[in-house]
Write a protein that binds this ligand. Structure first.
Ligand code: HPA
Length: 249
C-alpha cells in the first residue's frame, strides 16, 4: 500500500481522527522541517502528516523550508504527496468555498530555495515539469470531491506569489491574463521539489477569498478564517476518501 503524506496548509495543522503512532523531527541536509512528521493511521491507512506552516501556525509562506519538508517526508517513507492549500479565487467559478484540483501552475515567487540540484554536482539535471501534478492523484482527488458532492473544478492554473502580502488588483489582472485561475503562496517550490525527489504530488486547493479586485471590497482575515472554518472539514473528508479508496498495491 502506498504511504501517502499529507501536507496541511493554512487551517489544516492537524487531522481530526488521526491515530498517532509516532512523531519525530527529521534533520535533513537542508535544515529542519516546519514541524514534526507525524505518522499514524487515517481512514484506515498509514499516513504521514506535516503542517506546512508549523504547529502552531507560525511560518509565513516565503519562510517555509520547503526543501527540508520534502526531504524529511521522503526520508520518513512518503511515496506520494497530497498537498492542501488555501487560495484566492481569480476565475469567476472560483468563489469562496469552491475546491480546485489544479492541473498547471505558474510560479511568480522569488528568492526561495527551489531545487535540490545545486552545489557540487556530478552532472546538471533539468527535471521535466511540463505537467507539474500527478494525474493519477489528481483523478483520485476529483473522484473524492465528486463523491462528497462538493463544488469543485477539476482543472485550474495555480499562480504562486511570494507573499506574505496579498496581491494588488493589477497583479491579479496580469495573472488572469496569464491564465491563472487561483492564487496562493505555497504551491511552489513544493511541487517541483516533490518532482525532483520523484514523489507523485497533487494539490487540493480551497478557495478562501475572491482574489484582489474580484469582490467589491478589500480582503479581510475574517472572511478568510470564516471560509477556512467552513471548508477545512470538507478538505479532511476528501483526503480521507482518497486514502480509503486507494487500491492495495
Ligand atoms: N492570494 C494569495 N494567497 C492566498 C490568497 C490570495 O488571495 N488567499 C489565500 N491564500
Amino acid at each position: 500500500m502506498t504511504v501517502h503524506a499529507i501536507i496541511g496548509g493554512t487551517g489544516l495543522t492537524e487531522l481530526t481522527g488521526f491515530a498517532l503512532r509516532d512523531s519525530r523531527i527529521v534533520e535533513t541536509p537542508y535544515g529542519v522541517p516546519s514541524a514534526e512528521i507525524l505518522r499514524g493511521d487515517y481512514a484506515g491507512r498509514e499516513v504521514l502528516f506535516l503542517a506546512r506552516h508549523g504547529h502552531p501556525h507560525r511560518i509565513p509562506p516565503h519562510q517555509v523550508n520547503y526543501r527540508a519538508n520534502l526531504w524529511a517526508l521522503k526520508e520518513a517513507g512518503a511515496e506520494a504527496i497530497l498537498a492542501v492549500n488555501a487560495v484566492g479565487g481569480i476565475h469567476a467559478a472560483m468563489g469562496s468555498g469552491h475546491f480546485c484540483v489544479p492541473h498547471q501552475l505558474i510560479d511568480y515567487s522569488y528568492g526561495r530555495a527551489h531545487t535540490f540540484f545545486e552545489g557540487e554536482l556530478e552532472h546538471v539535471t533539468h527535471v521535466d515539469f511540463s505537467y507539474p501534478y500527478d494525474e493519477t492523484l489528481r483523478e483520485r482527488l476529483i473522484a473524492a470531491l465528486a463523491a462528497e458532492g462538493y463544488a469543485f473544478s477539476g482543472h485550474g492554473v495555480y499562480g504562486c506569489t511570494q507573499g506574505p502580502r496579498l496581491e494588488t488588483v493589477a497583479e491579479v489582472v496580469r495573472m488572469e491574463r496569464d491564465g491563472c485561475d487561483i492564487v496562493g503562496m505555497t504551491g511552489m517550490p513544493e511541487a517541483v521539489l516533490a518532482r525532483e525527489l520523484e514523489l507523485p504530488y497533487a494539490c487540493l486547493a480551497l478557495v478562501v477569498n475572491p482574489a484582489a479586485g474580484k469582490s467589491s471590497g478589500v480582503i479581510t482575515m475574517a472572511e478568510i478564517e470564516a471560509a477556512l472554518a467552513e471548508g477545512i472539514g470538507k478538505a479532511r473528508r476528501v483526503i480521507a476518501r482518497v486514502l480509503a479508496g486507494q487500491a492495495p498495491s
